[in-house]
Ligand binder design. Structure first.
Ligand code: PLP
Length: 461
C-alpha cells in the first residue's frame, strides 16, 4: 500500500464530509497509515503534526496508551448495551464525574452520539419543558450571527453560516438571530468588553420584547469556532445569564468545541462564572476516540418532565448508541489524564507558548486580528493590513496555506481567510513553536504569490 493507491481506491468509493469532491481532481486526499501522539504518518512514511486535533477532538494525542488500554479492557467486558431501562458502570461514573466538574447547578446527564444530536436534544428539551408547563407559545430560539451548532435540521436552524444552511432554507425553522459580540468586528479603539456590552443591547431588547415566544438562547461560549475562531469577552455571557433569568428564557451553552480546557478553564462558562440551563458537550469528550455527546441540565428541567402517568410529558428522545460503554470508558480515561494535572498547567503553558510564538506575526503585512483564548489561537489573512480588508475568498489563500503547511509537515485547516491552531495537549513546546513557524512560512508563500485559486471554491471549516 502506498499513498497513491489508497487515494485511487478512496476516490472511487468515498464521498467526503464538508467537501466539494471535484476539488480532489487537483487537491490530493491525504491517506494516513497510522498515528502516534501529535504525529500522523502517511503510507509513504511522511509525517505531519496534527495541529488542529483532527477537527478539534483529539486532545491527548493519537494512540494514547492510557486511553487505548482503557478501551481494550472495556471491549472485553461490555462493548454496548441498550441504555433505556439498563445501565452500566462506565456511564454512571462518567455522569458523576462530569457533574462534579461542571458549573454548580447542573444535575442530570442525557447522552447522545454526536454534537449535532446533543443540540437537537437541548432544543427539544427546552421547548418540551415550556410545553409541559403550559407555556405553549414558547417555540422559538435565539442564536448569534456567525453561530455554528451543527448540521442536522434543528441544529442548522440555529446555525448562521449561509454556506451550510442557505440551500436547505425551506426545510429549516425560522429563528431569531442577533449580532455577535465577536471583537474583530469592533471599531478601532473599542475594547472587547465595551463591544460585548454594546452588542448585548440588541439581545436584551429582543428578549424584553419577545420572551413570551422564546424558549432559549443558544451560544458558543467565548469562541465561535466554525465562524473562524471569533472570540468575545465573557461579560457577554454574564449579561446573557442575567437577562435569561429576568425574562424566563433558557440558556443553552454549546461547549462542544470549547469544553475540556480548550479555553484555559475546564469549561468556558467558568470564565463568566455562570451556569447554563443546558451544557452540550461532544468532540473532546472522548478525547477524539469514539462518537459520544451529552447534555447536562438542571434539576428544574428534569423535574419538569417527571410525572406519574403522562408518558408524553417524558422526554422520549433516543439514539441507538446512546451511552455506549466503550465511548464512556474513553471519556473516563480522558478525565483521568486531566486529574493528573488538575490546575491545567499544561494548557496554561500551551497558552503562553502560543502567545509568544505568535508575537512576531504582529508585524506581518498580510496578518491581522491575532487572537487567542487559552489553547486556541487564530489570525486572519488580509490583503491590506491598515483597513484589515480580507483577501477575496475566491482566491482561496487559506487553501494555499493548508497545502503549503502540509508539504512542510503540518496539518492546518484554515477556515476561509482564518488560520487557527488547536493543538492536542500532548504537543511539546518546541513542536508548537515549529508549527507556528511553519504557518508563518505558509502564509508568506500563500500571500506573496499571485492568487492561484479557482473562482468557485472556498476553504471550509
Ligand atoms: C462541531 C460542533 C457541533 C456539531 O458537532 P458534530 O459532532 O460535528 O455534529 C456543534 N456545535 C459546535 C460549537 C461545534 O463545534
Amino acid at each position: 500500500m502506498n499513498n497513491h493507491s489508497l487515494m485511487q481506491r478512496d476516490l472511487a468509493v468515498l464521498w467526503h464530509p464538508c467537501t466539494q469532491m471535484h476539488d480532489h481532481e487537483q487537491i490530493p486526499i491525504v491517506p494516513i497509515a497510522k498515528a502516534s501522539g501529535v504525529w500522523l504518518t502517511d503510507f509513504d512514511g511522511k509525517r505531519y503534526v496534527d495541529a488542529i486535533s483532527s477537527w478539534w477532538v483529539n486532545i491527548w494525542g493519537h494512540a494514547n496508551p492510557h486511553i487505548n488500554n482503557a478501551i481494550k479492557e472495556q471491549l472485553d467486558t461490555l462493548e454496548h448495551l441498550i441504555l433505556a431501562g439498563f445501565s452500566h458502570e462506565p456511564i454512571v461514573t462518567l455522569s458523576e464525574k462530569l457533574l462534579a466538574l461542571a458549573p454548580k447547578g447542573l444535575a442530570r446527564c442525557f447522552y447522545a452520539d454526536n454534537g449535532s444530536a446533543a443540540i437537537e436534544v437541548a432544543l427539544k428539551m427546552s421547548m418540551h419543558f415550556w410545553h409541559n408547563k403550559g407555556e405553549t407559545a414558547k417555540t422559538r430560539f435565539v442564536s448569534l450571527s456567525g453561530s455554528y451548532h451543527g448540521e442536522t435540521l434543528g441544529a442548522l436552524s440555529v446555525t448562521d453560516i449561509p454556506l451550510f444552511s442557505q440551500t436547505y432554507a425551506s426545510l429549516l425553522t425560522q429563528q431569531y438571530r442577533v449580532p455577535s459580540p465577536d471583537w474583530t468586528q469592533a471599531p478601532d479603539g473599542v475594547t472587547p468588553e465595551a463591544f460585548a456590552r454594546q452588542q448585548f443591547l440588541t439581545m436584551e431588547s429582543l428578549l424584553a420584547e419577545k420572551h413570551d415566544e422564546i424558549c432559549a438562547v443558544i451560544v458558543e461560549p467565548l469562541i465561535q469556532g466554525a465562524a473562524g475562531m471569533k472570540m468575545y469577552h465573557p461579560v457577554y455571557l454574564q449579561l446573557l445569564r442575567a437577562a435569561c433569568d429576568k425574562y424566563g428564557v433558557h440558556l443553552i451553552a454549546d461547549e462542544i468545541a470549547v469544553g475540556f480546557a480548550r479555553t484555559g478553564t475546564f469549561f468556558a462558562c467558568e470564565q463568566a462564572n455562570i451556569c447554563p440551563d443546558f451544557l452540550c458537550l461532544s468532540k473532546a469528550l472522548t478525547a477524539g476516540y469514539l462518537p459520544m455527546s451529552v447534555v447536562l441540565t438542571t434539576d428544574t428541567i428534569y423535574q419538569g418532565f417527571y410525572h406519574p402517568y403522562a408518558t408524553f410529558k417524558g422526554f422520549l428522545h433516543s439514539h441507538s448508541f446512546t451511552g455506549n460503554p466503550l465511548a464512556a470508558r474513553a471519556a473516563l480515561a480522558s478525565l483521568e489524564l486531566f486529574a493528573l494535572d488538575p490546575q491545567l498547567q499544561r494548557q496554561q503553558q500551551i497558552n503562553a507558548v502560543l502567545t509568544q510564538a505568535l508575537q512576531p506575526l504582529q508585524q506581518h503585512s498580510h496578518i491581522a486580528n491575532i487572537r487567542q483564548t487559552g489553547t486556541i489561537a487564530a489570525f486572519d489573512l488580509v490583503q491590506d493590513k491598515a483597513s484589515k480588508t480580507p483577501f477575496d475568498w475566491r482566491e482561496r489563500r487559506g487553501l494555499q496555506v493548508f497545502q503549503s503547511a502540509l508539504a512542510k509537515g503540518v496539518l492546518l485547516r484554515p477556515i476561509g481567510n482564518t488560520v487557527y491552531f488547536m493543538p492536542p495537549y500532548v504537543i511539546t513546546d518546541d513542536e508548537l513553536r515549529w508549527v507556528v513557524e511553519v504557518a508563518a512560512e505558509a502564509v508568506d508563500e500563500a500571500t506573496y504569490a499571485p492568487a492561484s485559486g479557482s473562482d468557485v471554491g472556498v476553504s471550509l471549516p
